[in-house]
Write a protein that binds this ligand. Structure first.
Ligand SMILES: Cc1cc2nc3c(=O)[nH]c(=O)nc-3n(C[C@H](O)[C@H](O)[C@H](O)COP(=O)(O)OP(=O)(O)OC[C@H]3O[C@@H](n4cnc5c(N)ncnc54)[C@H](O)[C@@H]3O)c2cc1C
Length: 332
């Protein structure tokens, strides 16, 4: 098996996320993190109003917070040398009738294989090249995310995910401790009310729109170098019209981009990997691949369609809050 990645090894950073109970179970089934030590346990979610009043606290079972590179390291631990071929940007598949013979990269190389799993993320070129639907519809709610060293705040948060909402809707901030002196923060905003900032405007955007938020939020945002924050232009799309063609399958965000509200992006991608790896390991005849990959889609599509709907419902409730019921801000 080989993995092809467009980035250089040194460019694989990103910030952080919650690995939920389903994602952790998937990771264990992949043989990674068998003793469950990865990440920092998050045992509750506290939701505050912008004024600082506590609205609700939900217990959370089986969730951990981590940085993206920590998860990548665990996935690669024990892998053979040269498993990942960096600096390989997908360009196209080379087809022979209804079977992809090889994958071709921008660097001029082409590699043959019996089966291909295309997991190139939310703006998947593979999905486009298979003709399984474009991913052009921008999400109305956007996010800015970063991580920062803040020992006192991280200690104060302990094992709690803190989310602060503007009661008039369309603006929220979240703080997630990482178990050392760092934490991940994110802000969510309705881009129809607040114009998404260019990277150079992030600092001013945070200062202007979060000045009425509790001191802890202002402190953390103010302590972050805005140049290190990432403006997340979300995608609000249906899952791919089909998830495979011949011996090529789509997985993760490429098959089913999710709005960030569910916190299921990473978790669902790991679940796809478990199912696909089992099917491929059991496959004895390459001629069976199209049916196996169709079975993968049949099994996964219903729950992912549910995640897409749940994400949209959470986004609607976020831009236009209509009740005093404060939902869990993720799909656990
Ligand atoms: C750099 C980065 C940082 C992220 N940080 C966070 C975060 O802080 N918090 C969070 O909740 N989610 C984050 N995400 C999204 C989250 O990780 C995904 O929703 C989740 O991991 C789904 O996994 P995936 O493998 O389907 O897609 P991704 O994790 O997006 O992985 C797709 C991979 O494919 C590579 N790729 C894309 N196009 C090509 C191409 N043409 N040829 C070759 N390779 C290609 C990308 O470089 C990337 O490594 C991040 C994603 C990226 C790419």
């Amino acid at each position: 098996m080989r993995v092809y990645e467009r980035a250089m090894a040194s460019q694989l950073n990103g910030h952080g996320f919650l690995l939920l109970a389903n994602g952790r179970a998937a990771l264990r089934r992949l043989g990674c993190d068998p003793d469950g030590t990865l990440g920092h346990p998050i045992t509750s979610v506290r939701i505050l109003c912008r004024s600082g009043r506590v609205l609700v606290e939900h217990p959370l079972e089986g969730a951990v917070a981590m940085l993206r590179h920590q998860l990548l390291n665990v996935l690669l631990r024990g892998a053979p040398d040269h498993l990942v071929h960096y600096n390989h940007q997908f360009v196209r598949f080379d087809w022979h009738r209804d079977r992809a013979r090889a994958v071709c990269f921008q660097n001029g190389q082409a590699h043959e294989a019996d089966a291909f799993i295309a997991a190139d993320g939310v703006r998947s070129s593979c999905r486009l090249s298979l003709g399984c639907g474009a991913m052009t519809n921008p999400g109305r709610v956007k996010e800015i995310v970063a991580h920062v060293r803040q020992p006192l705040v991280a200690a104060e948060l302990g094992h709690r995910f803190l989310k602060v909402l503007d009661p008039s809707g369309g603006l929220a901030a979240g703080l997630v401790p990482l178990g050392d002196d760092r934490l991940v923060w994110f802000v969510q905003f309705d881009s129809e009310r607040f114009i998404a900032p260019q990277p150079s405007e992030v600092g001013a955007f945070l200062e202007e729109h979060f000045r009425g938020f509790p001191a802890v939020v202002r402190h953390v945002l103010g302590a972050t170098d805005p140049a290190r924050a990432h403006v997340w232009h979300t995608v609000d799309e249906e899952p791919a019209t089909r998830w495979s063609k011949g011996n090529v399958a789509l997985a993760g965000d490429a098959a089913h981009p999710l709005l960030p509200f569910t916190s299921q992006g990473v978790n669902a991608a790991l679940e796809d990997a478990v199912l696909l790896s089992g099917l491929l390991l059991d496959c004895r005849d390459a001629a069976d691949l199209p049916d196996l990959l169709t079975a993968y889609e049949r099994q996964r599509r219903p729950s992912l369609q549910g995640c897409v709907e749940a994400g949209r419902q959470m986004a609607r409730a976020f831009v236009q809050p209509s009740s005093s019921r404060f939902q869990m801000p993720l799909m656990a």
